[in-house]
Write a protein that binds this ligand. Structure first.
Ligand SMILES: Cc1cc2nc3c(=O)[nH]c(=O)nc-3n(C[C@H](O)[C@H](O)[C@H](O)COP(=O)(O)O)c2cc1C
Length: 193
């Protein structure tokens, strides 16, 4: 048996989710963010659906509230530099999609044609859970642009340099504080605490 390691100390660390790029557009404002909280939730090939959990303080949340769709992308290790590019700054301060190759499909959200695959989706419904909005997304159409395996969190983390790890670590701590307060506030209002 293995000795106790950090994963055994916190079983949450056993999870190794795919990294997704979520793009959205409302009017002329377009944006992209990184997400791990994206999950397919249908086994029916002609009724593919996903759930995505997006923090309410992100620009992407605002754009999804204003529009009716978004696009989910899987990436490979070749696109690992997209993680700090889309996952650290907010689109409120910079156009994260400048210089990226994009097209559009039915939803109107930017489709990154250098990604591994794109899933163009319509927002069916959403629910607030305090810190995040849960979006039920219906697949409109999908495209695979290259071959390879989807990049997952652990591989991405091992590929990062020390500076990027420290930047992501700081972002995580900041977001944890925002999310904790939002969850407690929401639970208090809902009488769940
Ligand atoms: C590895 C990683 C995973 C992330 N997963 C999520 C997620 O599932 N949901 C979320 O709301 N934010 C997630 N984020 C944070 C956003 O991608 C990040 O804060 C982004 O800059 C928000 O951009 P925006 O304000 O332009 O929308 C993640 C960030 C990283 C680096």
């Amino acid at each position: 048996m293995d000795t106790i390691d950090s994963a055994a100390a916190d079983p949450f660390l056993l999870l190794d989710p795919e990294l997704w790029v979520i793009t959205s557009q409302s009017g002329t404002t377009r944006n992209a963010m990184i997400a791990t909280f994206v999950m397919p939730v249908s086994i029916v090939p002609d009724r593919r659906r996903f759930v995505a959990a997006i923090a309410t303080h992100h620009l992407s949340h605002q754009l999804l509230q204003q529009s009716e769709g978004c696009a989910l992308h899987l990436i490979t290790r070749d696109q690992r530099e997209w993680v700090p590019r889309f996952g650290i700054p907010t689109g409120r301060e910079t156009d994260k999609l400048a210089e990226m190759k994009t097209t559009t499909l039915r939803s109107g959200a930017p489709i990154l044609t250098d990604a591994l695959a794109a899933f163009d989706c319509r927002v069916v419904r959403s629910w607030s859970i305090g810190d995040r909005e849960l979006y039920l997304l219906e697949l409109l159409e999908s495209r695979q642009f290259r071959t390879g395996n989807p990049l997952r969190f652990r591989e991405m983390w091992n590929l990062l340099g020390a500076d990027e790890r420290s930047q992501l670590g700081e972002l995580l701590l900041r977001d944890q504080q925002i999310d904790r307060a939002a969850i407690d506030n929401w639970a208090g209002e809902a009488g769940d605490s």
